[in-house]
Design a protein. Sequence first.
Length: 310
Amino acid sequence: MLTHRVLTHGPSGSASGGNFTTLCPNGSEWVWEGLGECAQDARDMASIYLGLLSILCFMMSSLPQYYSSCKTGNMDSALSIWFLLLWLGGDTCNLVGSFLADQLPLQTYTAVYYVLADLLMLAMYLYYKMKNKMVENRRVLHVVGVVCILSFTTGLSHLPGSGAARQEVVPLGYRGRTLLSNTNLGAVRSFTPKEIIGFAIGSVSSVLYLFSRLPQMYTNFKRKSTEGVSYFLFALVILGNTTYGLSVLLKNPDQGQGENSYVIHHLPWLIGSLGTLSLDLCISIQFIMYRNAAMRLDASTLETTPLMGS
């Protein structure tokens, strides 16, 4: 999840200090007061609305997975632990970056929410992991108990005078559950020391977001199924990354900053957003493939099942 970064600007026009009518003439006052940005035209306002929509999508994205996990109870086999850990790492870097880059309260609070939501999902994963492990252990003990009883009974049948016929015990087999585990030319504005730190942390965060998808794609491929994984989780993240990328690209650069310089200063977040978007689309293709395969399997089973009374 990428936070819509609203950084404080310099004297060219920012909420870091100064009078609204002086620094942001003809701008939207509620955007200035609430978000600390100067939105003076339709392009700026479109960027603001898309940014807020992206935050809403990211905040809602975890809820469908919570529901799906509680309903199916197989979260430990449906989701990859590395997917959750790398996602948490990306959101943690995003949170640290928001503090170091002096982002506004809205962005910081949103980043905190992301980390808390990730921790909750990780806690649910560990809960179902332990719960299902206990269920498996009870099944093993039950099977072992049955085998011991049958073995004991068979032994008694071989005692002298028992008169019982010789019986051969066929050991019971146990099969465990399969686990899955157009730009304006111009010089690029130099980075301040604080921007360099934020740029580096943003780059790490983007890499973690990108790599978090690979374990989940492998898990889906290994199981040949996406059962237990909520598609709405990825659908909302796709919508969030799309609106986030559009929001960044639509925003007018600061006064004196060219399009080239603006894009470079936002490059890590754009790469993370658009790169993650492409991988989430690949996961969406997996949902379609494996759902169609399951439907064909069900149809084949119905065709081969004899009707009652035939």
